[in-house]
Design a protein. Structure first.
Length: 407
């Protein structure tokens, strides 16, 4: 039952971005997020008031479908609002919000579950309250930021005010018939995922580390609850190690900003995606170390502080990689950043759906140490990814049909 509930939500979260990103590139960021936020709140209430398993599956699926809109579009919107030099700072704090949620969720959820006056339904009620609050704030304070849509509206306004039909923007010529929308715009994220090597490789790397983060939702209860006999709330406290690591990653990524700003200035103000990747290399090393460390200190006869410290390395490594993946895609694809990020979100949600399903059999069959070593080995093999893009990134951009900056 729990597996199906989790899977229904993650599948909605996987397929939603394939719709929301093209919508944002046709009609703007604002109207791809506001309706989705409102519907997310409604389906959260729907889950909280569900009377049977089928209604939970359905509402959780649509909750994931609509809840994926901000995740696939916010990073692109930050690219619209911030210059290349400042964008990394904005994405850094955005990523903390995205990644911090899953690391705090188990602790908050377990506290609600053990409270006899609340229970699991309040996890959904609280989500609905939060979402409707964000929706109200966004409705009032969030302007449209997508440049083609803004220029299209400006051209129409100037034509009306001056009577001069010379005012025009190419976005006005986009065909909005059903066939074109489906075959050209809605297919773009999957097209980029399958034909753009940069999107494919970055998406697979980001998806792997993201799936490992969700794998911890299954591994931590085995290590701290089942093997050590801790209570539900106490066994959720080690997730704070991940949260601390996620926040420590901010220091690394902000530390790269002055260097990146100098490189952008030298490039005449144009983004230089490859300059984002040096921190990712450090993140990959920290992530691999954390996985090995956690696996071989997880035994109940070893003090609990050691796997918790290892989780700090996992959280820091993950968030460093995650932030720079977003920065790299936004810098590389500019106006098509939403589609590139949504391709990434689609793949990582698919993997995040599958990894926890195999966690139980994998860790029971192999043991925590060997299983984490397998994952650590894969993470080690992936460490050279940023170095490869530092060397070949410019050549790949020159061959890209979607990247606007070729040098």
């Amino acid at each position: 039952m729990n597996v199906l509930i989790y899977l229904s939500n993650r599948l909605g979260f996987a397929f939603g971005p394939l719709c929301w990103a093209p919508i944002s590139e046709l009609w703007g960021r604002r109207w791809s997020m506001l309706p989705a936020l409102f519907c997310l709140g409604l389906f959260s209430i729907g889950t909280a008031t569900s009377k049977n398993a089928a209604s939970i599956f359905i509402t959780r699926f649509f909750g994931g479908l609509f809840g994926s809109a901000p995740v696939s579009n916010v990073s692109a919107a930050l690219g619209d609002m911030w210059s290349p030099k400042a964008r990394g700072t904005a994405v850094t704090f955005y990523a903390v919000a995205v990644v911090g949620g899953p690391t705090l969720g188990p602790l908050i959820g377990s506290a609600l579950l053990v409270n006899p006056h609340l229970g699991w339904r309040w996890t959904e009620y609280l989500e609905a309250i939060w979402v409707f609050g964000v929706f109200a704030a966004a409705l009032i304070f969030l302007p449209e930021v997508y440049t083609p849509v803004l220029l299209k509206k400006k051209a129409a306004r100037l034509r009306k005010e001056t009577g001069n039909n010379a005012y025009y923007h190419p976005h006005e010529d986009i065909k909005l018939d059903a066939k074109t929308i489906i075959t050209k715009h809605f297919s773009r994220p999957l097209l980029m995922l399958t034909t753009e090597p940069m999107v494919t490789c970055i998406a697979f790397y980001a998806s792997f580390v993201y799936a490992i983060l969700y794998l911890t939702l299954e591994v931590f209860p085995i290590v701290f609850s089942k093997n050590r006999g801790w209570s539900p709330v106490i066994s959720s406290l080690p997730f704070l190690g991940l949260f601390v690591g996620v926040n420590l990653a901010v220091v690394v990524n902000l530390g790269n900003q002055p260097r990146y700003a100098r490189i952008v200035d030298a490039a005449g103000g144009r983004p230089v995606p490859e300059a984002r990747l040096a921190p990712m290399a450090l993140g990959g090393i920290l992530f691999a170390i954390g996985l090995f460390w956690f696996g071989w200190t997880a035994a109940p006869n070893i003090h609990w502080i050691l796997p918790v410290i290892a989780s700090v390395f996992i959280g820091a490594g993950f968030n460093i990689i995650f932030q720079q993946c977003i920065n790299f895609l936004v810098d590389t694809y500019a106006l098509y950043a939403a589609s590139a990020v949504s391709a990434n979100t689609f793949l990582r949600s698919i993997l995040a759906s599958g990894f926890p399903l195999v966690a139980g059999p994998m860790f029971r069959g192999m043991g925590v140490g060997p299983a984490m070593s397998v994952l650590g080995g894969v993470a080690t093999v992936a460490v050279p990814v940023p170095f490869l893009f530092m060397k070949y990134g410019v050549a790949l951009r020159r061959k890209s049909k979607f990247a606007p900056f070729k040098d």
